[in-house]
Structures are given as C-alpha cells and as structure tokens.
Design a protein around this ligand. Sequence first.
Ligand code: SF4
Ligand code: SF4
Ligand code: FES
Length: 345
Amino acid sequence: MTDSTMQQNEGKREVTFRVHRFNPQVDTKPYYDDYTIKLEKGITVLRALNYIKEHVDPSLTLRAFCQAGICGSCAMRINNMSKLACTTQVWDELDKAKEPGVIKVDPLRNLPLIKDLVVEMDPLVGKMQHYSNWVESTMPEEEWGKKEFLVSGEEFLKYDKATDCILCASCVSECTILRANREYVSPAVLLKSYRMNVDTRDASHDQRLADLVKDHGVWDCTHCYRCQESCVKHIPIMDAIHGIREDAIERRGVKDTSGARHAEAFMDDISKKGKLVEATLPIRTNGVGWTLKNLLPMAVKMVIKRRTPPPPPLVKASKGIETFREEFREMSGHVAKDHEKQSGE
Ligand code: SF4
Ligand code: SF4
Ligand code: FES
C-alpha cells in the first residue's frame, strides 16, 4: 500500500450497521440486516443510514427531515439507547459498541411500529390532546390580535427549558413505566403539561391537573430518571414531574391522589414491619375495583409462575425492627416539627 493510500485510509473504517427490519406487508416477524460500509470519521448515523438507503438497499425505511437536531423526526435506538441519528457520530457509537465495529439500530420503543425504523406517533399526539397540551388563552376573544399577551421574564424562566422539547419521543421510548403500561401519560406529555400549567396566560390549569392525577397519570411515574438521562435536549424532565406532583398536593390535598395514598401505605408498612407488604399494596393504594380490573391478569401470571408475594400474615418483621421503629418514630417527629414550622412561616 502506498503512503498516499495509507493517508487516505486514515480516519476511514469499515462499519457494520445491524438494522432492525420489518415490513408488515411481507414479514411475519422482525429481523436484522447487516450492512457493512466504509466510512470517514465525522459521519453521523443518519448520513450513514441514508448512504445505505441510496447505494445499498433502497427498501430500508427511516424518517428524517432537518438533519440538524431540530425537527425530532430521526429519533431511533442506537446501540440500545434512544437518540437522534442526525446528531449522533458513528465514531462515538463505535466506542460504545458491544461487538467491535458493529452499530445496532432499532426503532423507538413504546410506540407502534410502522416499518423498519419508523414508529407511529399518533398515540403520543393523542395523549397531548387528552391532557390539553396547549395554552387555553385567558384573554377575552374580542381582544385577540389587538394587543400582545405578555409574560414576564421571570415567569418565562419557569418553563424556558421545557420549550426546548422537539417531541422526538426518545424519552417516551426509554420510559420504564410505558414498557409495562402504554396508557401511561408519558414523560414528554408530563413535560408539556407542566409547561402549560405554569403559564400565567392559560385557563385550563385545574382541568389539566385533574386529568394528570387520574389513573395512568403523574403518580404512576417511578422516578427512575431514565427519561431525563435520555432526553436529547438535556431537559430536566424530572423537575417538571415533581412540579406537577407538588402542585397536585398543594391544590387538591394529599388524600386525593393515588400517589399520596401509595406513599401512606408504604410508610405504614415500613413503620410496622421494616419492609413492604407487597401483596396488599395495590389494594390499599387504588382500591379493590381498580386492582381487580388492572392487575388481575398479572396476578394470575404470577400465581402460575409461583412468584406471588407472601400474604400479610406471612410477612415477618425485619431483624432489628424494635431499634428501627424507635428511629422511625424519632424521624417522623422531626418531619412533623418541620411541617409545623413551615406552615407557621
Ligand atoms: S422517571 Fe417516570 S416518566 Fe421518566 S422514565 Fe422513569 S417512570 Fe418514565
Ligand atoms: S423531552 Fe427531550 S427526549 Fe422527550 S420528546 Fe422532548 S426533546 Fe425529546
Ligand atoms: S432529522 Fe431532524 S432532528 Fe434529526
């Protein structure tokens, strides 16, 4: 090989893209195709996939538009993490690849698959409609267009970061609750709902909040932080989720929400036994009717697999429970005092 050829080859590598394929018109189940191409350093995953589509396999289906991290349409799972293909460098992914030289590409999760790397966004849009993710103007209609409807800089700061969302659905794809329950409101919708609820020009706050605390709403979030970790715009989604919860407790009271009832049942178990009595936790949180309707199929599966949690009489208190109870009482006393202090301020 000559020096000039070696120089040309520097920064070039053969890369294999292991791409998820599924065409519902001909395939009965998904499979992977390997495409090996020679690439230069500096190429994004989107450019590489477009190259494959143009030069190797025109049947490969993906969605993209702006190619600049703005429109959100090229979100997909690259090496098992949802991200934008147009802002993801092939070289960075090679460093993370499980199999040397192989980059795995899959469609987003938690949304219905249309074809190859393209998912259906309608369920997300439907949730945005359900939770009224728009500003319902408090300005009388006759004044519309005649004057500006301003917010102060200070007010805007409360939702400034949330406005960076490009609705790419990466957080939706990574949400752990959505993996188990597709009806869950979803992190992107919670973020938008928060943004609307803190907007002083909006008139739908109370109705939106009432919807958010219902089943499949804000209290179902498990605080796993996966959505925030995967957000392509580094938006602190958890701040929005905490914000909605605090607002719900403040305006609607603690007993109103299943989340608060869950926390109460949790504390009760811990104070008495030092551990959770899992078998009855859903009933104490959401009642018998809800539990039968929503968890019966899962309970049957658990019985079949012999994975049912023990019934309350068989849950023995943890070792050292007496010391723990004392500490728990002391801690609860401090918390009660803090609350008294805060409400007196
Ligand atoms: S923190 Fe909540 S919304 Fe975010 S991924 Fe986890 S369960 Fe989903
Ligand atoms: S919150 Fe972040 S990850 Fe989720 S849709 Fe918006 S930009 Fe995408
Ligand atoms: S193509 Fe628009 S964000 Fe990637």
